[in-house]
Write a protein that binds this ligand. Structure first.
Ligand code: FES
Length: 89
């Protein structure tokens, strides 16, 4: 497993791990603001594999399919994103 450090300090991890699936949705791991998230591996545009994207100079994740860029904040705010907790709420 390798990590990628974004310009704003978010760490995008696990893009080289086997697929993480829950409820029929594939996710990838993202660490940001001291929290760990499972982000859907489906681009909001047409479902491209975001985990194989790249980070641009602004720290946004660029989809490999058509080149649209998505901020880490928007990925975390996506209602389909799951915030992982160390203990049950
Ligand atoms: S599918 Fe991601 S930019 Fe089109």
């Amino acid at each position: 497993m390798t990590d990628a450090l974004t310009a704003d300090g978010a760490v995008w991890i696990g893009h080289d791990l086997p697929p993480i699936r829950r409820g029929g949705v594939e996710y990838f791991l993202l660490s940001a603001d001291g929290e760990l998230y499972l982000v859907p591996n489906a681009c909001p545009h047409r479902g491209g594999p975001l985990k194989f994207g790249r980070l641009n100079a602004a720290g946004a994740l660029v989809c490999p399919m058509h080149g649209n860029a998505f901020s880490i904040e928007s990925l975390i705010a996506n209602p389909a994103t799951l915030k992982l907790t160390a203990a049950p709420p």
